[in-house]
Design a protein. Structure first.
Lengths: 236, 257
């Protein structure tokens, strides 16, 4: 049945992102775990992140690490993030240039943002969006993050940005086989939809109405597949 | 992915100051850098005493050589707009003129011309109104919390702090519209109209009424009233233009600064 196939494809996508984020976390653990006073100078995520961002699949638009304020001995705030600064086909990883000195012009406190807050309060991978990531990708984005470091003294968050346009392309073939199906995030916002009936970022106000939508979970992910309840067969 | 909009091609930090450090239209010349930084400081767009990015970083952002930046900073020091401290913790620091940039802003308004300003504001009103209408359709609970928090913060805001908060609010409405293009347009307008809006809000505006207008737009978005959100936002931008016009006339009559 194709709804199950779609849900399974979404679950696989989630697991693959989770593994990618775990890869970054493993690097951070290696670089910071050996010291009682972790320093940003010990971090070198460029090789890992460049490989992810420049991968021709184009799935990862940005990747890196963001520090919990005060966790690093040599920087109050710290962002180490690489993003695609080339084109979709000719990918080139470059640093996200952002001000981390809180007294300087253009500093912005990232600790209030959704992708920072969400993993602070839940274990494992969380997703923020789809939303307009005007700080970073400047495009419609899904940001996946998880906390890293000892449970009572986190060093920060690791994560990746995935453009919703990429998710749309990646799920298109299976999605279009299930007319009316929608991939939804936990807050009722569309991630992707069959045959362009809805757009990424749209709200589905009746998402919780079980007379309208049948809801299928997607493995370990925070996404759901919604498919229209078959009214004909209901009446019959 | 199409070519990214030029002002964000190098991955700038977002912030109300992003437009100040965006790439320059004509590369390579010290006087162009001086004008960009000088205007931003003279108009009070950067906080007094704040530290400019380091010279190599400025060079990269503006796409010029470091020596060009040094030349420009030397001119700005002579004009009293920048102060340099050497050694550890050193760098270049912003010196806002004692009138807070009023006179310089007024001169800039005059040189733009009121007809050009009106055209910009017509465009801005339509785009902002459109963003509010889309936000009324697409905003979720979290977006509304953020927008309402903005309006709350405006309560305790001084006139000097107001332009920053207003700018941020506009951007968040555009982001709540789930539109990358409208968000980018919003940033572009703030770059162009920032000085005029600053003057309007701090000198000729009615902050209490502006806050009410913001609150009314947010309420319409919260109630998913699409056309009311659009027209309330358009009206808000037109009110801002009315203050800009008052500032323009004052500048022309020599009454500013």
């Amino acid at each position: 049945m194709t709804v199950e196939l779609l849900a399974s494809r979404v679950a696989t996508l989630w697991d693959s992102v989770a593994r990618t984020v775990d890869e970054i976390a493993t690097q951070v653990d290696r670089m910071l775990g050996g010291s009682s006073e972790p320093r940003r100078a010990d971090l070198d995520l460029l090789p890992t992140c460049r490989q992810l961002v420049e991968d021709p699949s184009g799935s990862i638009d940005g990747a890196g690490f963001v520090a919990v304020p005060g966790a690093l001995a040599d920087a109050q705030y710290w962002i180490e993030w690489w993003q695609n600064q080339g084109t979709r086909q000719e990918r080139r990883a470059g640093p996200l240039r952002t001000e981390t000195d809180p007294t300087a012009v253009a500093f912005r406190d990232y600790t209030t943002l959704g992708w920072y807050q969400a993993p602070l309060h839940s274990p494992g991978l969380t997703v923020t969006g789809p939303y307009i990531d005007y700080i970073c990708t400047d495009q419609h984005t899904l940001t996946f993050t998880r906390a890293v470091g000892p449970e009572r003294a986190r060093w920060g968050m690791v994560g990746v940005d995935v453009l919703t346009a990429w998710v749309e392309q990646h799920l298109a073939d299976v999605l279009d086989e299930v007319p009316g199906a929608v991939v939804l995030n936990g807050a009722g916002r569309v991630v992707a939809a069959s045959r362009a009936e809805h757009f990424a970022g749209d709200l589905l106000p009746d998402a919780d109405d079980s007379r309208t939508w049948a809801r299928t979970p997607c493995g370990a992910s925070q996404f759901f597949v919604l498919s229209p309840v078959d009214k004909v067969s209901e009446i019959a | 992915m199409s070519t990214p909009a030029p002002e964000l091609a190098a991955g700038f930090p977002f912030g109300p100051y992003a437009a100040v450090f965006a790439p320059l239209p004509e590369a390579g010349r010290a006087d162009v850098v001086t004008r960009r930084l000088g205007e931003s400081i003279a108009f009070g767009l950067l906080p007094d005493g704040s530290q400019l990015p380091a010279e190599p970083e400025l060079a990269e952002r503006f796409g010029v050589a470091t020596v060009t930046i040094r030349e420009s900073l030397a001119t700005l020091r002579e004009e009293g707009l920048v102060r340099t401290r050497r050694g550890r913790g050193g760098g270049s620091f912003v010196c806002v003129p004692s009138d807070g940039g009023l006179a310089a802003m007024g001169r800039r308004l005059l040189s733009q011309g009121i007809g050009v300003l009106r055209d910009h504001f017509d465009h801005y009103a339509i785009l902002s109104g459109g963003a509010a209408a889309l936000a009324a359709q697409r905003a979720d609970g979290e977006d509304l919390v953020r927008l309402r928090r903005h309006v709350e913060r405006e309560e305790g805001c001084t006139a000097a702090g107001f332009p920053h908060v207003d700018a941020q609010w506009h951007i968040d409405v555009a982001a709540s519209a789930q539109s990358a293009r409208l968000t980018r347009s919003e940033l572009a307008f703030q770059g162009e109209l920032g000085p005029a809006m600053w003057l309007a809000h701090t000198t000729f505006g009615d902050l209490a009424r502006t806050r009410q207008e913001h609150a009314a737009v947010v309420e319409a978005i919260g109630k998913r009233q699409v056309e009311p959100a659009r027209s309330l936002m358009e009206q808000h931008v037109r009110s801002t233009f009315a203050s800009v016009r008052a500032a323009f006339v004052a500048a022309r009559l020599g009454e500013l600064g």
